[in-house]
Unconditional design. Structure first.
Lengths: 98, 205
């Protein structure tokens, strides 16, 4: 089942409530800070509690981690140079005033 | 201090992906403790319902222990022994127990809302498959069906599909719908008590 069917209750930030839990939508907004370890402990706690019950968000976080790892790999290898034929075509268009 | 820790199969930390060494070998935090980031994170018995995973271990924590929301953190610790009673079958049993608790809440919600006939139909369910089917039907037949009924259906489905953490979560929220934050806390306490009793865990060490 998709956990959006679960009875998530969206509480406002700072509300003191032992049942304060993040929703799937909130996790999407927090995911970048979560994978970078930049969340405040209390928010991190709630994100991790949500991940215990929500397989869909676990998958989402894993996909985000994989994407970040792939992009870091690209940075390491530098941006690929465009092929000479493409450069020549661009220069020809520029020379023609296109 | 003796505490507990849920790990993925193979002694893997669910969030850190850290592989714990063999029981008895001590693990140290690299530097100062930070909740959710650094330190040996563990559970008091009352914290267990929030962190269910494949394996449950008894751990021994050393050094000053920080108390955080639903967890404790220490500068070092070691696994002592795996709680053998926490098996897939036990997890399933726990999930079913939680689903039946959510079912009871839904019956109460229907009764309070004046839907006596619906309450009787739901109360008469003998299996979680019945709960799922009746909850679905009542939600269609009674437009103003309390959300607790849908919650009970979700809880039954989670229990039947082997999702104990979600089943417990649902039961806690079913209680919250009925009795507010105090109901939520009481339901989580009931879940902790179930685990402590069923698994013979230590309390207050």
């Amino acid at each position: 089942m998709h956990k959006s069917g679960l009875p998530h209750d969206g509480h406002s930030a700072g509300e003191i409530d032992p049942s304060d839990e993040v929703t799937c939508q909130q996790l999407v907004e927090l995911v970048t800070d979560y994978v970078e370890g930049a969340l405040q402990p209390r928010t991190m706690n709630h994100v991790e509690e949500h991940l215990v019950v929500c397989d869909f968000c676990v998958t989402y976080v894993e996909q985000m981690r994989a994407t970040i790892a792939t992009l870091k790999g690209l940075e390491k290898h530098g941006s690929p140079e465009p092929p000479a034929s493409a450069l020549a075509a661009l220069q020809a268009r520029r020379a023609a005033g296109a | 201090m003796i505490a507990y820790k849920f790990l993925r199969a193979g002694r893997i930390g669910p969030f850190s992906a850290f592989q714990w060494p063999e029981p008895g070998e001590r693990v140290y935090a690299e530097r100062d403790l930070a909740a959710c980031k650094r330190g040996v994170h563990a559970c008091r018995p009352s914290d267990l319902p929030w962190w269910l995973a494949d394996e449950l271990w008894e751990v021994e924590l050393d050094g000053p222990v920080q108390v955080d929301e639903h967890k404790i953190i220490a500068p070092s610790g070691r696994l002592r022994s795996q709680i053998e009673g926490w098996t897939p079958a036990c997890a399933q049993e726990y999930a079913h127990a939680c689903a039946w608790r959510a079912h009871e809440r839904a019956v109460q919600a229907l009764t309070r809302a004046g839907h006596q006939h619906g309450a009787q139909q739901l109360a008469a369910c003998a299996t979680l498959h019945d709960v799922q089917a009746v909850a679905r039907r009542l939600a269609q037949e009674i437009p103003e069906t309390p959300i607790s009924v849908r919650i009970a259906g979700d809880g039954a489905l989670c229990a039947l599909t082997g999702a104990p953490a979600a089943s417990a979560y649902i039961a806690a929220h079913a209680a919250k719908r009925l009795d507010g934050t105090a109901g939520y806390a009481a339901e989580r306490a009931w879940q902790s008590h179930w685990l402590v009793e069923r698994l013979g865990l230590r309390v207050g060490h």
